[in-house]
Design a protein around this ligand. Sequence first.
Ligand code: SF4
Length: 609
Amino acid sequence: MIEESYPILKNRSFQIETVERILDSLDKKFIILDSPTGSGKTIMSLVIADFLWKKEDLITHIAVRTNEQIKRYLQDSLEKVKTLVKVFPNKRKTCPIFYKSNLSGEEIYCSDCMFRKATYPKERLFKRLRKVNYNFEKLAKIENKKMEKRNDKVRCIYHSFKKIESKIYVSTYPYVFNYYLFDLLSLEGEPDILIMDESHNLLTTLTNPLSLSFRVYLEKGFGKRKEENLLYKFLKEEIAAIGDLLNIPNEDIGIVLSEISNFSDELINFIENLLVKQFRTREINIIIERIKKEIGKKEVIIEREELLDIFDRYSKTFDELIFYWDSYKKTISKMTYKFPKKRWHLNKILKLYLSLKDPDLVWIANGFKIEGFITKFNVIIKSLMDYKNIILMSGSNFTKKDFVTLYKVPSEDVEYIKVDVKFGKKEFNIIPNFSSKYEKRKSKKNIQNLIDNIKFILNNLDGYQLYMFPSAGFMNLIFDQLSEEIKERIFLDDGTKPFNSILKTNKKAIFTYARSRFIEGVELVKDGSSLLKTVVIVGKPYPPPPTASILTNRILKDNKLDYWTFAEIMKDIQIKQVIGRAIRSQNDEVKIFFIDDRYKKSEVIKYFK
Ligand code: SF4
C-alpha cells in the first residue's frame, strides 16, 4: 500500500517493510530502529513523516546532528520523496547578519531585525538551493556578501525556511533539548512525533552540551593579572566597542571595566588552580606538554557553586553586560551594513555564566577545557517525553535491553526493529599482539608491536585508512614514537581540523580516537562511494574506568549502572560507528583490523551480522 503513494520505495522491499513496521508500532512510546549506514534512513523518515502528515494530520519533528544532515533531508524531500519540509537550521548559519559570529541560535534576536520580513518565496528559495547543491549556508554567505556591498536586496534565509507550510520539521538536536528553541519550534504547531537521527548520540554528543576552552588565555597568559590578563584584554576591547556603538558614557564603561578586570583575575586564578590540581605544577610549558600527551592528566570536578560564586560576586556588572550585549545585537540587526566580528569572548563568558545556573550540569575541568555534562540519563529522556512517539534511528543503535538498562524505561514501552540487510563488503582480522588494557598499554614491547602493526598496514594496503585509538592521549603517544617518514603520511586529529581537509594533502592515513568528532559521523566520499578502504581499531574503545575518570564514576552512580554494562554498550557503539564511516554505499569494501588480545572472533562477528 505504502509504495503506491511513494514511488521512491519501489523495489525496496526492506524499506517498505520497515516503514510499515514503524507505522504499526505507534502504540509504543519508543521505537528503536537499528538499520545500517546506507540503508536509506533519510528516505524512510521522510516517508513516515509525510504519511503521518497527509493521513493523520500529525506533525513530525526530525532531529539531526548537523547542518550537513539537514541538507540531505532537504534534498531528499524535494527530489526523492516529493514532499515539503520546514527547516530549522542553526540560526547563525542562515542569518545574513550574524553569519560570521560565534553566537548560538538563542542569542540572535529577530524581533527588531529589518530583514525579518525580507524572505524568498518558496519556489525561488528552492531554485537557489538547487543551484548551490542545497548548501543553505552558502546562500546565507551570499546574502552576507550582499550586505557588505550595500546591496538593498538582502534576504533572510532562516525566515525564508520558516515560511514554508509543512507538518514535517527538520532541525538540529538543540531544538529538542533547549527549552527556548523547542518553544520557538512549537510556535509553528506542537510536534507529535520525534524521529531522532543517529540516536546513539543520546549517549555521546548530547551528554556534553557545553565545552569551553581557556587555552587562548592561559598558554601565553598564565599567571598574568590586571591589564596583562589576556581574558581581560579581549573583554576590554569588546566592551569598548559595545560602549561606542550604544553611546554609553565613558564613566559607566570605566566602572564596568574595573569590575571585569577583577572578575577576570578571579576567574583565571580559579582555572589556573584547576590546572595545578591536575598536573601538580605551575610551569605552563610542562602543563602544555602533559595535556598534549595526556601525561598525568586527570579530570577534576568543579564545584558549581564555587565557580558560580565568582560570577555572582559581579552579578550587577553581569546584569548590565547582558543588557548591553542584547542591546548591541538588536542595534546591529536594525542596521544594514555592520555586523560583529567573528569570535566574541564576552559571549563565551556569558554562556558559561548562564549555563552554570543549570542544576542538571556537572562541571569538569579537563586540561584547558571546562565542560558541562549531563550525567543523569533521565534528564535527557525527560526532554523527549512531550512527544507522543519517539522513533530512534541509527546504524549503531542501542539494543532494546541496553536502552531499557540505560534509560530505565519500561520494557513494554519499547519496540525494537532491526533491519536485516547487508551493505558493502567487510572483511576483518584480529591482531592479538597488543593490549590496550590500562596496566599494559604503555609497556615497551606492547607499543613496539602496535607500531609494527601500523607500519605493516600502512605499507601494504591501498586507499584511505582510518585508525581509531582508545584515547587522544594514547594516539599522541604512539604518533610521537613513529619515524618522521611515517608521521609525514598521517593526518592527525588535533580536534580542530575538518576531516575532509585530508583530501587537500597527500596523506592517506587518519589517526583519531574513540568518541571524537571524526567517529561521530564524518564521511570521506567520492561519487557516492567511500574512499576509506581500511579501518584499524586499536584496542578496545571502552570509556576510562571509574578509577581513572571522575566523569565515568559519576555517570555510573547517577544511573545505578555497573562499569562493564556501560563500557560494553559504549564500546559497541564506537565500533559500529567507526565501521560505518567506511560503508556509505552498497558497493563499498572495507578491511577492518581489530588490534587487541582481548578480541575474540565470536565477539567481533556480531558487528558484521
Ligand atoms: S537576518 Fe535578522 S531576522 Fe534573519 S535570522 Fe538574522 S537577525 Fe533574525
